[in-house]
Design a protein around this ligand. Structure first.
Ligand code: HEC
Length: 432
């Protein structure tokens, strides 16, 4: 017993506070002023004195999507009892998720609205609608219980986003997780993805676990993949009258998967650098200051950044195969609406949808508020690595091997033209 205590004491005095103690300084998750879209909306509402009059259900969901600028076409549907409102979700009453680049909203008929709003400094801020039969409380409130799942091992104990792929039974219960499915992301092979989700759209010969119920029991669950592939409509599965839309667009699913992990890496790197600089007692001006972080934290940061960079440039993206995927809905247009183009009209959002999602493989999330709020030294380090990988190191660039010369040139041109801060930093490297 004494030995255990001694070990704990020594460990904590060597390592100090862990980077993911999000409620402590310097992160201060529960005390810091909030800058996420939902908190801002609630402040605006409060200042205006207006009370939301929309009826529960569809009218209120629509109003919230409008206020948070989330396109309704981003709808994806998940029908497993893997989240908070277990009782309300099942294959006949799936949970709808909607999202843009900063905020995610979940809802199901006869359920309450759940919102994860990304604060650029803190990660996910979780809001829950009050119980449907209680009208004397604020309509939305910040709920700590969400962290029980949303700040667990899947997010490295930071407040973040989740996705799971499971073998569901006919009640939407999870018989078994898909074994190798660790963290959601564009690297997960399609034959492991979307168990417990509905999927509409065309995806050629590729097979996924969506739209299917498992048979064969817990030990050896089996999913029918062929008959459930390339579905234009979900009418064979459930009656969608109670939802805002009848589909679960495959493009929206691809991008949700991509974003969940991108948000994760942005947040993890942010927390690590903030903690490291705080422990070193410096503010941090340039990437050189990252060297002043203690050895142990720096080597962990290094390995986090290697994964971050691979993910940012889609190094391990699962192949979409030779056929061109097509979403069923109008989501594509909404997704492209805020694309930033260079003088040749190219952008990081240009969709290829054959073999891979994008023409130019640097995530558009580089423009997101979460990325742009990263500490200066960290952004400089990332811009530096992009410069080496795309411009200087040629074919030898580690983590960029999957990109050919033309794509690298195009990516560098687009980044220069659309991200002034990166362009300015790259100028100093050229000059030096
Ligand atoms: C029992 C674990 C659990 C709890 C508690 C929980 N969630 Fe989730 N949440 C999940 C899982 C798992 C997903 C992935 C989609 C799914 O399986 O439904 C998810 C997905 C979401 C999404 C879609 C974005 C994303 O992360 O994929 C939102 C929004 C969300 N949850 C909000 C909340 C809010 C707000 C609360 C608290 C009021 C909450 N959740 C509590 C497990 C949970």
């Amino acid at each position: 017993m004494i030995r255990v205590w001694l070990f704990l004491l020594t460990a904590s005095s060597i390592f100090g506070q862990s980077f993911n103690d999000y409620d402590l300084k310097p992160h201060n998750y529960f005390g810091a002023p909030l800058k996420d879209p939902m908190s801002r909306f609630l402040e605006r509402l409060d200042a205006s004195g207006e009370e939301l009059q929309e009826a529960n259900g569809k009218p209120l969901v629509k109003r919230m999507l409008d206020e948070l600028e989330i396109p309704v076409t981003s709808q994806v549907l998940v029908f497993t009892k893997t989240s908070l409102q277990r009782r309300a979700v099942n294959p006949k009453n799936p949970r709808a998720l909607y999202f843009n680049e900063d905020v995610y909203l979940g809802w199901m008929p006869n359920g309450r609205i759940e919102i994860t709003s990304m604060d650029p400094d803190l990660g996910g801020i979780f809001y829950f609608q009050r119980p449907l039969d209680q009208t004397n409380r604020p309509l939305f409130y910040r709920e700590e219980n969400c962290l029980g799942c949303h700040a667990g091992s899947a997010t490295n104990f930071l407040p973040g986003l989740l996705a799971r792929s499971v073998y569901p039974d006919e009640n939407g219960r999870n018989l078994k997780s898909v074994v190798t499915f660790d963290r959601s992301g564009h690297q997960v092979p399609f034959n492991e993805r979307w168990g417990g989700w509905y999927v509409t759209g065309y995806h050629g010969e590729v097979r996924h676990l969506g739209n299917a119920l498992a048979s064969g029991g817990r030990r050896a669950p089996v999913m029918e993949t062929k008959g459930n592939a390339n579905r234009e409509s979900l009418e064979d599965y459930f009656d969608s009258d109670l939802h805002l839309r009848p589909d679960s667009d495959v493009l929206a699913l691809l991008l949700l998967d991509h974003q969940i992990s991108m948000h994760h890496w942005i947040m993890e790197a942010h927390y690590r650098v903030r903690q490291g600089l705080h422990d070193a007692g410096i503010e941090g001006r340039s990437r050189d200051d990252l060297r002043k972080i203690d050895d142990y934290s720096r080597s962990e940061l290094e390995s986090c950044l290697d994964k971050f960079m691979r993910y940012l440039v889609f190094a391990d993206e699962a192949s979409l195969g030779p056929e061109t995927w097509k979403g069923a809905g109008a989501y594509r247009e909404n997704f492209l609406a805020n694309r930033k183009t260079d003088s040749k009209g190219r952008s990081l959002k240009d969709l290829r949808m054959t073999e891979r999602i994008f023409d130019y493989r640097c995530s558009y999330m580089i423009y997101s508020k979460s990325f742009q709020a990263l500490p200066g030294p960290l952004k400089e380090e990332i811009y530096h690595r992009l410069y080496r990988g795309l411009v200087v190191d040629g074919a030898a660039a580690k983590g960029f091997e999957h990109l050919d010369g033309d794509e690298k040139i195009a990516m560098a041109e687009i980044l220069r033209a659309t991200l002034p801060e990166l362009a300015a930093y790259w100028e100093t490297l050229v000059a030096g």
